[in-house]
Ligand binder design. Structure first.
Ligand SMILES: Cc1cc2nc3c(=O)[nH]c(=O)nc-3n(C[C@H](O)[C@H](O)[C@H](O)COP(=O)(O)O)c2cc1C
Length: 208
């Protein structure tokens, strides 16, 4: 079912616990990847690639690594923050049957990437736009997506055989869900509140 754009933007959630484990239909996967690939990119470089991961051994190996990195972060916390973090689930790697790793190739479209000469990060921004397109398209298809960033890039490069120079940008868990929560998990668990949009808007000059 296709929802209106604003409805999709506001229904989108980062999903960890709600994956059902059912597969993603091939034609649906094709639509969400085609939506990702339609994103704008600096110099029309389209610097992204999508590694589709269904292998259970690969997902298990990644999940072990994520657990280790979770512990690394947990060790930096104390008191109430440590207690709150202990209750927060940070991934659905084992629960979702499909993961998509999105990568960035800075050499794509080079050496003269139009619009990137002064801002090297513009290539990474482009990859993030592809990810957001994927996320919104998946939401429109009633799928859930969960972004996992508790990993070291060199570990993931090695695990997936990603050539050196190409950076993994996101591990995305993707799949059917029981439901999408209305409030972000981090807010529900008291980790952090969303700030009002009025606080993010400045007139003519940075204020506050
Ligand atoms: C770059 C990036 C990395 C993220 N990494 C993680 C992660 O490792 N684990 C996790 O549970 N959520 C992760 N998230 C999801 C955020 O926690 C989530 O987007 C935020 O709390 C707002 O919730 P919502 O996406 O449901 O609106 C990540 C999101 C982004 C954009």
């Amino acid at each position: 079912m296709i929802h209106g754009l604003y409805d999709v933007i506001h229904r989108r959630r980062d999903v960890r616990a709600e994956f059902t484990g059912e597969p993603v239909a091939p034609e649906v996967l094709d639509r969400i990847l085609t939506a990702a690939h339609a994103a704008p990119s600096v110099g029309l470089s389209q610097p992204w690639d999508f590694v589709l991961i269904r292998s259970e051994p690969v997902r298990k190996a990644f999940h072990e690594h994520v657990r280790t990195e979770r512990d690394v972060f947990a060790a930096t916390l104390s008191g109430a923050a440590a207690e709150r973090f202990a209750r927060i689930k940070i991934d659905g790697v084992l629960e979702a049957g499909l993961s998509i790793v999105v990568t960035y190739d800075p050499a794509r479209g080079g050496p003269a990437v139009l619009g990137r000469h002064a801002i090297a990060d513009a290539g990474l921004y482009s990859v993030c736009l592809a990810i957001q397109n994927l996320w919104l398209a998946a939401t429109a298809e009633d799928l859930g997506v969960g972004w996992v960033s508790f990993y070291r890039e060199d570990f993931l490069q090695e695990l997936l055989g990603i050539p050196s120079g190409i950076r993994p940008v996101a591990w995305l868990c993707v799949g059917p869900v029981s439901h999408l929560e209305q409030v972000p998990d981090l807010e529900r668990h008291g980790w952090r509140q969303r700030r009002p949009v009025t606080d993010a808007i400045h007139e003519d000059r940075w204020a506050g």
